[in-house]
Ligand binder design. Structure first.
Ligand code: 6R9
Length: 649
């Protein structure tokens, strides 16, 4: 094996669900006969009407169609709750750890979860929500967010969660994008000791939505909100009256479970659609095997339910497995940099799953905040969201895991529903920085970006594609199947194109090298550079803008914006602040440029295309090798940009 490897310990392997021999056997079976393999593993769910057809997939140009278990029926909420009641009704389903460490944690049992989800489902039905209707969820990381998701699933409504850090404009666009009937929000979202006024944001968003959209409001802080009669509904009051039973709707396996908006390289964010049967089976199976989850374990994924990681590994995967899942409302560094570890100790966490950006931020505070706490219950550590640099991996391994916890570096996407490349902790030797090898049923290929041909040698470098479908794959872009085909299936015909570049080493291990499109990854959050650009140019004083990513020590990538002002407008520090605030308002705090350079002009080809390659190089402070600049319309603009670059060293 090349590079430093960490084989699973004999002790871990002894009790692991999957060891090396079993991985080889099951992986081979999953590729040899996908229908037989998934036909068997689909049975981990409870079906109302069992499926007889397992796989019906076409990646053929003009006819992209993905179906799994298509003639089966089931209910996702019943799979996540009802079927556990007889055996573990009194077991904690959700541990809720509030933002403020002085506020008491909550332990919600499966029996309680059942009642609360049923009540919320009945409230939604009373508000007029029916099977197939869309419900937008804009909530803090509180148990009601999980109730809302499962309540939608129970009655067959399709939820679309909008991360609570998004602005009213972004929220409004998503409500309109899926034509939602109801938006569920809270008065305020406490986070890191501060509060975001979610209800007030929602009021602003709804100014730009249909009059018929109703709003269900959860009380979190008791903060003041304005109230519009006949539009706003008080969840806490209605829950007192609502019936505590609601029959689960019988849903087709291919009925949509949720829509989740995510950034692409062009235009507006797209609504990724996941369906019920395949998604749930895949989320549950990967949760059990990748985290080696055993009954009674306390599982903590630090993501927000506003992202896919929260959907699959806080709510659907763990609950489908009857697990205890922890939901944390706050941030890693408040009140201090020991918060994650304090929570691990307090709730005796066994599996801990976070993002490299959080690890790097905590690493910067040294070892003391970790060493203050007893992390003896930890058995496994996971990461997701971006490539993890070996320094951060080693710190995670040595200081947090004390060299005793396998690390699973899981590569996947909103589009994939669950992990695709990942170690199985009892089977796969790990290498710091590599997402290692494919999960069952997953066939990664490396393509030559120029010819589109598969590189068949073990060692390869190119774009990462998937050769065949897996049950957790997205099915379409909401309302725009053509865009689905264009984005994922048209550059490389016959394959699903991930948008990531990768390298495969001599051992067949995959190393993700980052996006090959105009998507940047800031603190593990995906953002299209086009989105930030269109926010900037929407400002009256901005003529033109170009946005690129640059290496950032904590965030992975930072946002570097080049801005050309309208004729007659002078740059100033005030204007810089104004534009930063503008982007925050248009999209949300995560989109605020880290560096903003005034650009008298942008480097363009004679046909008017912005040469981003050059802008990237300047942003990286690596302008010695700008490559071919012969096609530039006006080479002088480049000298000015270099001269006034913002990221020096
Ligand atoms: C789950 C999630 C997807 C993009 C993906 C890739 C990057 C995610 C990674 C990783 C290297 C990993 N990414 N996990 N890169 N190693 N373990 O993050 O979904 O928000 O849709 O982002 O994130 O670039 O294409 P999403």
């Amino acid at each position: 094996m090349s590079d430093k490897t960490y084989p699973p310990s004999a002790e871990f392997t002894a009790t692991a669900h999957i060891d090396a021999a079993k991985y080889r056997e099951l992986y081979a079976a999953s590729i040899a006969d996908p229908a037989a393999f998934w036909g068997e593993h689909g049975k981990r769910l409870d079906w109302i009407k069992p499926y007889t057809k397992v796989k019906n997939v076409s990646y053929a140009p003009g006819n992209i169609s993905i179906n799994w278990f298509e003639d089966g029926t089931l209910n996702a909420a019943a799979n996540c709750i009802d079927r556990h009641l007889a055996t573990r009704g009194d077991q904690t389903a959700i541990i809720f750890e509030p933002d403020d460490p002085a506020e008491e944690a909550q332990h919600i049992t499966y029996t309680q979860l059942h009642k609360r989800v049923c009540r919320m489902a009945n409230i939604l039905e009373d508000m007029g929500v029916r099977k197939g209707d869309r419900v937008v969820i804009y909530l803090p990381m509180i148990p009601e967010a999980a109730y809302a998701m499962l309540a939608c699933a129970r009655i067959g409504a399709i939820h679309s969660i909008v991360f609570a850090g998004f602005s009213p404009d972004a929220l409004g666009a998503r409500i309109n994008g899926c034509d939602a009937k109801v938006v569920i929000t809270a008065d305020e979202a406490p986070r890191g000791g501060r509060k975001t006024a979610l209800k007030s944001n929602t009021d602003t968003a709804l100014l730009h939505c249909k009059d018929t959209v109703k709003c269900l409001v959860v009380k979190r802080t008791g903060g003041q909100t304005t109230w519009i009669a006949d539009r706003d509904y008080d969840y806490n009051e209605l829950a007192l009256e609502a019936d505590e039973y609601c029959a689960p709707a019988e849903m087709g396996a291919e009925d949509p479970l949720f829509i989740l908006y995510t950034s692409g390289s062009t235009g507006q964010p797209k609504g990724v659609v996941h369906t019920t049967g395949g998604y749930l089976a895949y989320a549950a199976m990967t949760h059990e095997y990748v985290f080696d989850y055993h009954q009674g374990d306390i599982f903590w994924c630090t993501a927000d339910v506003g992202w896919v990681t929260g959907h699959s590994y806080i709510v659907y995967g763990p609950l489908a497995n009857g697990a205890t899942t922890l939901m944390f409302e706050g941030v890693p560094t408040w009140p201090d940099a020991g918060r994650f570890w304090a929570i691990c100790e307090k709730h005796r966490v066994n599996q801990f799953y976070t993002a490299p950006t959080a690890i790097r931020a905590l690493m910067a505070h040294g070892n003391a905040p970790v060493e203050k706490y007893d992390l003896g219950t930890l058995k496994l550590l996971g990461t997701v969201g971006e490539p993890i640099n070996p320094e951060a991996w080693n710190w995670y391994n040595d200081v947090v895991g004390k060299g005793k916890c396998p690390i699973v570096d899981t590569w996947w996407q909103t589009e994939t529903g669950g992990h695709l490349l990942t170690p199985l902790p009892g089977a796969t030797p790990t290498k710091p920085g590599s997402a290692t090898t494919p999960f069952f049923g997953v066939q990664p290929v490396v393509l030559d970006p120029h010819t589109g041909a598969e590189i068949t040698s073990t060692e390869a470098e190119g774009v990462l594609c998937l050769k065949d479908s897996w049950p957790g794959q997205m099915r379409t872009v909401w309302g725009d199947h053509e865009r689905f085909e264009k984005t994922y299936f048209s550059d490389y015909k016959g394959y699903y194109f991930s948008g990531d570049g990768c390298r495969r080493d001599a051992d067949g291990y995959y190393w993700i090298t980052g996006r090959v499109d105009d998507v940047i990854n800031v603190s593990g959050h995906r953002m299209g550079t086009a989105e930030v650009e269109s926010a900037l140019v929407a400002h009256a004083k901005v003529a033109e803008a170009a946005v690129v990513g640059y290496p950032h020590p904590i965030k992975g990538q930072g946002i570097y914006a080049y801005v050309t002002l309208m004729n007659g407008i002078d740059p100033s520090d005030e204007l810089r602040k104004e534009l930063e605030t503008w982007v925050r308002t248009e999209i949300g705090p995560i989109a605020k440029p880290d560096l903003l350079q005034w650009a008298p002009g942008l480097p363009k080809t004679r046909s008017g295309k912005i040469m981003r390659r050059i802008l990237r190089k300047i942003a990286e402070d690596d302008f010695a090798a700008l490559g071919d600049t012969s096609t530039l319309a006006d080479p002088a603009v480049v000298d000015d940009l270099i001269e006034n670059r913002m990221n020096r060293g």
